[in-house]
Design a protein around this ligand. Sequence first.
Ligand SMILES: NC(=O)C1=CN([C@@H]2O[C@H](COP(=O)(O)OP(=O)(O)OC[C@H]3O[C@@H](n4cnc5c(N)ncnc54)[C@H](O)[C@@H]3O)[C@@H](O)[C@H]2O)[C@@H](O)CC1
Ligand SMILES: [K+]
Length: 498
Amino acid sequence: MRIVTASEMYEVDRFTMEEVGLEGKMLMENAGRAIAEGIMKEISKQDEILVLTGPGNNGGDGFVIARTLYLKGYRVRVYSLVPEEKIKGDALYHLNILQNVGVPFHRLQNGELAVRLEGMDVIIDAMLGIGTKGALRSPYAEIVDKANKCEQAMRFAVDIPTGLSSDEGVETEVAFKAHKTFTVQCPKESAFIEANAQYYGELEVVDIGLFTESLVNRPGKKVWLKEDVVRTFPVRERFSHKGSHGRGLIIGGAPNMPGAVMMAARAALRAGAGLVSIAASHHLISTIAPYVPEATYTDLNLKTLDIDSFHAAAVGMGLGRSEQSASLFEDILRLANIPIIIDADGLYHLKKMKNMLKEHTAPVVLTPHFKEAADLLDTTVSALKQNPFSLTRAFSTEYGVYFLLKGPYTIITTTDGDQYVVTTGNESLAKGGSGDVLSGILLGLLLQSHHITEALCNGRFIHGKTAEILTRHTHSRYDLLASDVIEGLPMTLRTICK
Ligand SMILES: NC(=O)C1=CN([C@@H]2O[C@H](COP(=O)(O)OP(=O)(O)OC[C@H]3O[C@@H](n4cnc5c(N)ncnc54)[C@H](O)[C@@H]3O)[C@@H](O)[C@H]2O)[C@@H](O)CC1
Ligand SMILES: [K+]
C-alpha cells in the first residue's frame, strides 16, 4: 500500500481526473460515502453528530458524509468555519445538495460559535486536509482546541487530522485529536511520524477509486502488509536439504553478553535457517552451546574463520565496544564478501569507519534504533524522528546500504531509496534482547530469500506479529521476553506463512 506526500496525492488526483476522466465531484462522493460507512460502524442513531467543515475539498468530503448520515436517519448537523461564498468547485456542488436535502447547516458568525461543541457525542473533522499550509490560523486553532476538550465525544478525522501536515518534517502546534482517521486512498507520510500518532489515532484507509499508477516512476514508499508477506515468503521444496535453506554465521559474544548471540542464533533457526554457526570467544562457547544445541560453534579467530563459506552473516550483537573488538569489526567488514547484517556494537564501531561502506561491494544491512541511527547520520534523535524518511533515504543511497530503522513504525530503506514501513508489534517489544532476536530472524530469512528487501520486510513483520499474537493469547505487554518471541514464532509462521 503506497504512502504519499501531499504533492504525490495531488498528482494522483490530477491523473485520475485529467487522464482517466473521473470527475472530482464523483471522487468526493466516493470519499464521503466510504468514510460515512466507516463511521456508521462506530456510532449509534441516538448520537448527536457534528461535522466541522472548512473551505476546501476536505470540507466537501464532510458535506457528503453529513448527507449520507442524515439520509440514513442519524442526528447530524454541519458547522462550516467559512461563509458559503468562500466555498467553491466540487465542495460547493455538494454543499448545494446538502442544503437541498435539508441537513441542518450553520456557519461561524462574527467569529462566534453558533453551535456548541460540548454535549456532542460524535465530532467529525472535515476542516482541512492535504491542502493545509503552516500552523492553524484563527478560528481553526480555537475550534480544534475546543473539540479536543470534548472528552465524551468520539472524534473522527477525514483524510488527516486538521492541523497536521501530510508530509514529514513539520512540527505540530495544535491539531485535532482523532480517535480514528479515515484517510483517502493512500496513507500520508505524516501518519508514520511518532509525534503525530496521538492525533491520527487508529488509521483506516478508504478506497475511493483513485489511480496511483502515475507514481510508479518515483521512489516508492509503501506499507508492508500481511498480503505482501504471504506473497513473498520463501517457499520450501519437498526435496530441499539443510544447505538449501542457507548457512548463516553469527559473530559476537563478548564474555559479559552471551545471551545476544544465543538468542540471535535460536531466532535464525526458528525463522527457517538451514544451518547456523556462532563465532564467539572460546570461553563462551561452552556456556552458550547447551542452549542452542542445533548450532555449530567456532572460535572467533579471523585467521581460521572463513566468513565467505557462509551465505550471510550477522555481526555486532554482544560484540563489545573495546578497541580490540573495534579492530575485529573492521577486519570483518574488510574481509566479508557475503551479505552482512550489522547491529548493536557493530553499529557503534561503524560510526568511525562508515566510509568503508562506500567501497564495500557485498550487501550490507544496518539495523539501528533511533539513537544508533542518529549517531550514524550525525544528527539528533529529534531531527531524525521528524524526518525519518528523507534522512535515512539520503544515507542509504549515499553509502549503498539497506537501512532498517527500528521503531514501532519501522522504516526499511533499500540501496535504491525505496522505502517500506512495517507497523506490526506493540510496546511489549520495548525490552532488552528484542533487537538480537530481530537480527536473528532477519538473518534466517536473508538465507532463504531471493530478495533482500523481502527478507527484511518479512522478518520485521513476523517479529512484530508474534508479539501481537502472544500478548493477545498467552502473555501481557509487561511480561513478554525477547526469547518468548522466538518460541512464539511457530504460531505466526503456521498462520501467516503456511
Ligand atoms: N480530487 C480531489 O482533489 C479529492 C480531494 N479530496 C479531499 O480534499 C482534500 C484536499 O482538498 P484541498 O486541496 O481543497 O485542501 P483542503 O481541504 O485541505 O483546504 C485547503 C484550504 O484550507 C485553507 N488553509 C490552508 N492552511 C491553513 C491553515 N494553516 N489555517 C487555516 N486555513 C488554512 C486554505 O484556504 C486552503 O485553500 C483532501 O484532504 C481530501 O479530504 C477527496 O474529496 C477526494 C478527492
Ligand atoms: K481533516
